[in-house]
Design a protein around this ligand. Structure first.
Ligand code: V55
Ligand code: FE
Length: 489
């Protein structure tokens, strides 16, 4: 195979690893609480082949599904590529055949029309099934025991949308999963599909609506009464794609729009509120309603956090020079005006993690990787080119902040939260920490920390014998949920 490009996307922590492996009984320092029983699944984009376009993004990389399984204080690990049609075709050819990130016009003729899915963004558990998602395609079902790819997930052929978000939301009370897919009417279309599956994983509704324009819609907000869809001015252009260009560029003068509809309502009931110019948010912390008021807490930036998307519009700032804020937008649904109130709620960061039970409800605290200026420079790597160096526990109402750090030269990934089930005890966080040894090498470990007192030394650290490629998102699936799996071991 040809050499990987020497860019940020394929070097340092982003150096492709591409090793499928498994190991039992990893070495543990400390004690893993026996209540931690289940599996931490991670979605890892790790390119199997050097890209056709050397300036391409890691967001196109083949999805790997990684699993750390916990039982009685022991940990096993396994990681496998998704067997997507794209991965299989390239494996046979022993080279890349698909072109640029989300530009099918740049694919080689022999794979034109083949499913481009890479399923590399978020593992999702619902209705006894594990999915690997990527927002430009259908989710792929994976056997949680063997990590074998089952295939694209269409809700038994009932789903009309050809795309599904990497940020579905599972209501903690009803067990329903709320999802959407954008560019649902085809490449660069302004059609968005909003769909709901019941707690057993059956599709119960699918509503389509038109967005003000086609934009990168990564996440959404869900309250007990409302669904919230924001359109930020990261835009596309079909002509540019046909000419072989990039899918997205960010329009600093473009307006953001926030659409709110009843969560069980019709697309025609959507109300659009006008937001600020030029802003972008990938991740939403939480949303909830109080009477006619809707609150939306988001990780907001003054441009798109991906350097290749900024560069397409001439903004070459490094990611940590962006102005980032944790912002609360409050909407009054009883007021016909298209305006709303904004305020800062806490320090900035991204990849926020909430207790599952707090979703769509008022919440007291959450966890989020962040950048501590005193914590040393960020380790280069991950999809935005620089990794966070600390993890925060944040109480927005009291301003109380806890911080975990893991030493100089370490990169913090998104944690998962594991509840303990004991009243008054907030459980644990589990995350991968990568330590850069020199610019070509790093070591990975799995860290288990107390979710209440995150600054205390880790409860346990698990040595990982192979360097891991940075994950995008992860999820925790309890032993009880795994026992309800549709697949056998
Ligand atoms: C994101 C990640 C993606 C993608 C679009 O984290 C947005 C944001 C890993 O792929 O394709
Ligand atoms: Fe995301």
């Amino acid at each position: 195979m040809s050499r990987f490009p020497d860019t940020m996307e394929f070097t340092r922590l982003n150096r492709p690893i591409g090793i499928e492996w498994s190991a039992s009984n990893l070495e543990v320092e400390g004690q893993i609480p026996p209540e931690i029983n289940g599996a931490f699944f991670r979605a890892v984009p790790d390119p199997a082949f050097s890209p056709l376009f050397p300036d391409d993004s890691i967001l196109s990389a083949d999805g790997m599904v990684s699993r750390f399984s916990f039982e009685n204080g022991t940990v096993d690990h396994a990681i496998r590529y998704l067997r997507t049609p794209r991965f299989e075709a390239e494996r046979v050819a022993r080279r890349a055949l698909f072109g640029r990130y989300r530009n099918p016009f740049t694919d080689l003729p022999e794979v034109q029309g083949t499913d481009r899915a890479v399923a590399n963004t978020t593992p999702v558990w619902h209705g006894g099934r594990l999915f690997m998602t990527k927002e430009d395609a259908l989710a792929y079902e994976v056997n949680p025991h063997t990590l074998e790819t089952v295939g694209p997930w269409t809700y038994e052929g009932k789903l009309r949308s050809p795309t599904m978000t990497a940020h579905p939301r599972v209501d903690p009370v009803t067990g329903e999963m709320f999802m959407f897919g954008y560019e649902a009417g085809g490449l660069c279309s302004d059609d968005v599909a909003y769909f709901i599956a019941d707690r057993d994983g059956n599709l119960k509704s699918e509503e389509w609506f038109k967005a003000p324009y086609c934009s990168l819609m990564h996440d959404f907000g869900l309250t007990e009464r409302w669904a919230v869809f924001a359109v930020f001015p990261t835009k596309t252009d079909l002509e540019r794609l046909k000419q072989g260009g990039v899918h997205w560029s960010h329009d600093a003068d473009g307006d953001a729009w926030i659409g709110i509809m009843p969560r069980y309502g019709k697309g025609s009931e959507m109300r659009w509120f006008k937001g600020p110019k030029g802003v972008f948010a990938f991740h939403y912390i939480n949303a909830w309603d109080e009477g006619d008021t809707v609150h939306l807490d988001i990780c907001l930036a003054d441009s798109n956090p991906f350097p290749f998307i900024r560069a397409a519009s001439g903004d070459f700032r490094p990611t940590f020079d962006l102005k980032m804020t944790s912002t609360r937008w409050t909407f009054d649904m009883s007021n016909p005006a298209d305006t709303f109130v904004a305020r800062d709620i806490c320090p900035p960061g991204d990849l926020p993690r909430l207790r599952d039970a707090d979703l769509s409800r008022p919440y007291s605290h959450f966890w989020m990787p962040s950048m501590n200026p005193q914590g040393g420079p960020p380790v280069p790597g991950g999809p935005v080119g620089a990794q966070f160096n600390c993890l925060l526990r944040i109480e927005p109402a009291t301003g109380r902040i806890g911080m975990a750090q893991f030493g100089p030269g370490t990169a913090v990934s998104e944690p998962v939260h594991v509840p303990s089930g004991k009243p008054g005890h907030d459980g644990w966080l589990i995350l991968v920490v990568d330590r850069e040894i020199d610019p070509g090498h790093h070591a990975s470990e799995l860290v288990i920390i107390d979710a209440t007192d995150i600054g205390a030394p880790p409860v346990a650290r698990v040595r990982v014998p192979v360097a891991l490629h940075p994950q995008i998102h992860g999820c925790w699936v309890s032993g009880a949920q795994l026992a309800q799996s549709r697949h056998k071991g």
